[in-house]
Ligand binder design. Structure first.
Ligand code: HGY
Ligand code: MN
Ligand code: MN
Length: 415
């Protein structure tokens, strides 16, 4: 069968699957709270497994809980082409972040089955464990172990806010597989993902051809002062860790603004102790998130924070500890795979533009061990990591159509 523009996925079926998956781990405002290694994650995994097995795929699970669903190719010696993303969500996440890439991969398989299309290379759909890094830092943890960035022991020891470890929780939900993580070899990997930014929608483009991904530093800062009475402690005597966090929050913003337009910085996580209305915070723990597509900018922002934050702490009589809690350098995706994505958009008549991914993705790590590229579709108002995250059925279908064609160009149609 020739790869022509009228070969398309079933957009209604994809949308129905997205809506069915969204019923698992519902959020409070219409989005999702299906955090990694929770019972809700386990339920979503079981649903995905049932769909994949119904589509004739065979499952493999590795020791990080990464799920792989295999469709045979005509050449059993050919390395598979992988597609996929993640089913775990933020605590106030949307219905599409990650999920579109996993279910878009399943829809690709369903379409090949409908049309009885065979490919030379096998095709494997993957769900990566703990892409979000919200319950267990850092983000993209399991794909990071797969790519040899982190050791499995270090990953297993990661703790959530309640002191539960990744390894114990993976065991508890019954998704610790026996495959040796990282043993699988790939011909290529393609990840479909919503943009999570405003560019495609503003420019009226259907598809983002992702050439690069920006790099990231997560720095966890602990400030220690003295908890004391908010009423009776004279101002000059205070060692207010909360004030230190406020000043460092302002510093993070100032540093990022000084590197516009190619830098971002914010603090999204903070724990205040004892977090009582009439106690001056004696301790705060918070995480700085710096990103830039330019490695010099990224490292300059980190260096400036490491130089200036201790001075703020000293002025306020606070102790400070700065720990590296997550990092990856800016990513350049594989030229051949990126071209396959661009060819697909053109063949299908979808408007498109090159782009740099603002968010991190499992593809960023897999790119270290296999030729990798990403396909992006717009999202409403560029909003993500928010329960109001929204896309259109048409955008979802366009993204999955491009994924289908990029994969078929790479996996080679035999019949
Ligand atoms: O943080 C990120 O960029 C991704 O959403 N985990
Ligand atoms: Mn994601
Ligand atoms: Mn996300």
């Amino acid at each position: 069968m020739a790869l022509t523009g009228n070969l398309r996925i079933n957009g209604d079926r994809l949308w129905d699957s997205l809506m069915d998956m969204a019923k698992i781990g519902p959020g409070l405002r219409g989005g999702n709270n299906r955090q990694t290694l929770t019972d809700e994650d386990a339920e979503g995994r079981r649903l995905f497994q049932s769909w994949c097995e119904k589509a004739g795929l065979t499952m493999g699970v590795d020791t990080m809980g990464n799920m792989f669903f295999h469709r045979e190719g005509t050449d059993p010696d050919a390395l598979p082409v992988y597609v996929g993303s993640h089913l775990d969500t933020q605590p106030t996440g949307g219905k599409y972040d990650g999920v579109l890439g996993v279910l878009g991969g399943l829809e690709l398989i369903r379409t090949l089955n409908d049309l009885n299309i065979k490919t030379k290379h096998p095709i494997v759909v993957v769900n990566w464990t703990n892409e979000e890094g919200t319950r267990f830092a850092p983000a993209m943890l399991a794909s990071g172990v797969f790519a040899g960035i982190h050791t499995q022991d270090w990953a297993y020891a990661r703790e959530d806010a309640k002191g539960k470890t990744f390894g114990d929780e993976l065991e508890r939900i019954g998704w610790k597989g026996d495959e040796n993580v990282g043993a699988r070899k790939m011909h290529a990997l393609f990840e479909l993902h919503i943009e999570q930014g405003p560019i495609l929608e503003i420019e009226g483009k259907d598809i983002g051809v992702v050439t690069h991904g920006q790099g990231l530093w997560w720095l966890q800062i602990t400030l220690t002062g003295k908890d004391s009475h908010t009423g009776s402690t004279p101002m000059p005597m205070r060692r207010n860790a909360g004030l230190g966090m406020a000043r460092i929050t302002e510093l993070v913003h100032t540093i990022a603004m000084a590197h516009q337009p190619s830098a971002v910085g914010a603090i999204g996580h903070c724990d205040v102790y004892p977090n009582s209305r009439n106690v001056i915070p004696g301790k705060v723990i918070f995480t700085v998130d710096f990103r830039s597509p330019d490695i010099k900018t990224l490292n300059a922002m980190k260096a400036e924070l490491e130089e200036k934050a201790p001075k703020i702490a000293k002025e306020l009589g606070l102790e400070i500890e700065i720990e590296e809690a997550g990092h990856f350098d800016p990513v350049t995706f594989d030229e051949g795979c990126v071209t396959a994505v661009r060819n697909a958009a053109e063949r299908l008549g979808y408007s498109h533009r090159n782009m740099i991914s603002g968010a991190g993705h499992d593809a960023c790590w897999v790119n270290r061990v296999a030729p990798t590229a990403m396909v992006m579709c717009p999202c409403v108002g560029g909003l993500s990591h928010n329960e109001d995250e929204e896309i259109s059925k048409e955008w979802a279908a366009a993204g999955a159509d491009v994924l289908l064609h990029a994969v078929l160009e790479t996996a080679v149609i035999e019949t």
